[in-house]
Ligand binder design. Structure first.
Ligand code: SAM
Ligand code: ZN
Length: 271
């Protein structure tokens, strides 16, 4: 449950009229124009505009991701993300289960984060995992129901990016932290045909697309060989995009004993 509704509301604006949201009663947020939004009993709010047709991650994908992340397989990525983050207000767009947001929240009691995801189940898990995480179900591709200039950091790890909206919600001196896979990320697993291809190094595309809105401060390549157990191998496949397209692949035995983790952690300042 979110620590309090004031803290949740302080991040948010009305998806209908963009006025700031405030608590109206114990389970409702509202704006000055009379729009009302229910807060889920589990402590997060869903602010989806009309017409959202995207689907967030399923419970099975989230279970698999939690097995991978909580087992420490990506802890070097979390360490690099944490080192790139600063300040007390962190918005994690496409937060999933909130693993990187938890890692990024510094040791100060005042620091807290907003886990945003299209999947309500993911947001519920992120909120449950820490009393310093508020939760928002929203679509990254829509105008975000988040106030302008509230975030010290916007974090985006393997998730869709809305660069103009991320810039709007950042403070003038805010930072954007993006994690994207390299072409060789989990290469040996992909060679088995069980995962979809990553076309090329995505970092170049992000850097190019962000040029007018952000200045690149740092590009860190985090890469290591990850030993695979049967459980980890299965979970890595089940948590990824291939899980939804599983029927396209014939189930062939996967026997690789290790795989390469290879991602770029990009740190940008807001222009
Ligand atoms: C590959 S997962 C990454 C999750 C988390 N950042 C992590 O690395 O553990 C992508 C996440 O983006 C979410 N997502 C996909 N499309 C979205 C959208 N349009 N708006 C918000 N979240 C979205 C999914 O539900 C999923 O949780
Ligand atoms: Zn409103």
């Amino acid at each position: 449950m979110a620590a309090d509704l004031d803290r949740l509301a302080a991040w948010l604006r009305c998806p209908v009229c963009t006025a700031d949201l405030r608590p109206v009663d114990r389970l409702t947020l509202g704006c000055g124009n009379g729009h009302r939004h229910d807060v889920n009993k589990r402590g997060y709010v869903a602010l989806l505009g009309s017409g959202t047709s995207h689907v967030g991650d399923t419970a099975d994908m989230l279970d698999a991701r939690e097995r991978v992340l909580e087992g420490g397989a990506y802890s070097p990525i979390a360490a690099a993300v944490s080192a790139a983050c600063s300040g007390e207000h962190i918005v994690d767009a496409g937060a999933g289960t909130g693993y990187y947001l938890r890692a990024a929240l510094p040791g100060r009691p005042g620091a807290h984060g907003l886990a945003m995801d299209l999947s309500a189940q993911a947001v519920a898990r992120a909120v449950r995992s820490s009393d310093r995480i508020d939760g928002l179900v929203a679509d990254t591709w829509r105008p975000l129901p988040i106030r302008s200039g509230v975030a010290d950091v916007v974090l985006d790890v393997f998730a869709p990016r809305n660069l103009p909206e991320f810039q709007r919600v950042l403070r003038p001196d805010g930072r954007l932290v993006v994690v994207v896979p390299r072409a060789d990320h989990l290469g040996s697993l992909r060679e088995t045909g069980t995962m979809l291809d990553i076309p090329s190094d995505k970092a170049d595309d992000v850097i190019h697309a962000s040029e007018t809105l952000y200045a690149l401060l740092r590009r860190e390549h985090v890469a290591y060989d990850l030993p695979l157990t049967d459980d980890l191998r299965t979970a890595l496949i089940a948590m990824g995009p291939s899980a939804r397209h599983a029927s396209r692949h014939t189930a062939e035995p996967v026997t690789v004993g290790s795989t390469r983790v290879s991602v770029d952690v990009l740190l940008f300042s807001r222009r």
